[in-house]
Design a protein around this ligand. Structure first.
Ligand code: PPE
Length: 305
């Protein structure tokens, strides 16, 4: 990864190489963390963070689910993100705030371990490869399922959920594919290892509902709003696997993946096997807003000043 200069750790800036924790921290042993991932883009009016408020809100509800009292206010973390970007002099970056249980006692009970907070920023290019945004990606349905309800809370963006994501990702890479799509516990489409998924069929958009063990993606929400305002019907529902093969277009959404078209699934070509027109239209709209080229009509940008 590309190093930046400083990482915000519990209220202080620490040089990148010195941002360390104790090996017996609770998080190392039991995966006790919740985190966020978001991006800042550089446009005509300067650098702006995309949907910072919503990402901070999700961080707090992830922490609430896991009974982790965050020792800062939302406002403090909001400002800390902006300060961290400034301190590192970055025009565009990926932002990773993480809340975790540190060093105290080992054993499953986390309550004796302090809740700590770190914010890192770095330059991160296209998540699924340099050509993916335009050309699309070849993917597979994973043999691994997403977690069943009331096992691991899918709506909490917890570090531990990404052990499941790693299984999905590693399997896809072993088969020479870019990503895996997991089904939910009932066998309906859920999401990619680090992205939500949308399908386009006969001019309508479809995406799995939050009952299908998905992370409620903020990019997903942005796409739903943009698509509706462009006049498309958007259905959030249970989606059978075969509907994906029947789709005219399909794409992933995520802060890291942005909007990445899906070209094939299980070697079955989706639509025409390239970025479809509706995918392109929504991509241009969303990236246009993110990059400050189109009016910020939803109030999604926070400028780093
Ligand atoms: N589902 C999962 C499992 C997921 O990890 C992400 C984001 C999404 C959906 C989309 O959510 P949103 O970013 O709010 O639109 N994945 C993050 C982490 C990626 C990583 O490899 O780390 C991200 O995109 O930042």
């Amino acid at each position: 990864m590309k190093k930046a200069d400083y990482i915000w750790m519990d209220g202080e800036f620490v040089p990148w190489d010195e941002a360390k924790i104790h090996i017996l921290s609770h998080v190392v042993h039991y995966g006790t963390s919740v985190f966020e991932g978001l991006r800042a883009y550089h446009g005509k009016k300067g650098t702006a963070v995309f949907r910072l408020r919503e990402h901070i809100d999700r961080l707090f509800y992830s922490a609430k689910i896991y009974r982790m009292p965050i020792p800062y206010s939302k406002e403090e973390l909001f400002n800390a993100v902006l300060e961290t970007i400034k301190k590192n002099n970055l025009k565009e970056c990926y932002i990773r705030p993480i809340v975790y249980r540190g060093y105290g006692e080992l054993g499953v009970d986390p309550s004796k371990c302090p809740v700590q907070v770190t914010i890192a920023v770095w330059e991160w290019g296209a998540y699924l490869g340099p050509e993916a945004l335009e050309k699309g990606v070849d993917v597979m349905i994973s043999t691994w399922r997403r977690m069943a309800p009331n096992t691991f809370p899918a709506m909490a963006k917890a570090g531990a959920n990404y052990m499941n994501s790693q299984l999905i990702k590693m399997e896809a890479l072993q088969y020479g594919l870019v990503e895996g799509i997991a089904l939910d516990f009932l066998g309906y489409i859920s999401e990619g290892s680090g992205e939500n998924i949308f399908l386009v069929k006969d001019g309508k958009l479809y995406t799995p509902s939050f009952g299908s063990s998905i992370l409620l993606g903020i990019t997903r929400d942005s796409v739903i709003r943009i698509a509706k305002d462009l006049g498309y019907e958007v259905l959030e529902m249970r989606i059978p696997r075969e509907f994906l093969y029947m789709a005219d277009e399909a794409f992933f959404t995520g802060s890291a993946a942005e909007i990445t078209p899906i070209r094939s699934v299980d070697k079955i070509v989706i639509g025409e096997g390239k970025r479809g027109p509706i995918t392109k239209q929504i991509q241009e709209e969303l990236l246009g807003i993110m990059r400050g080229e189109k009016e910020d009509r939803y109030g999604w940008l926070t400028y780093v000043t």
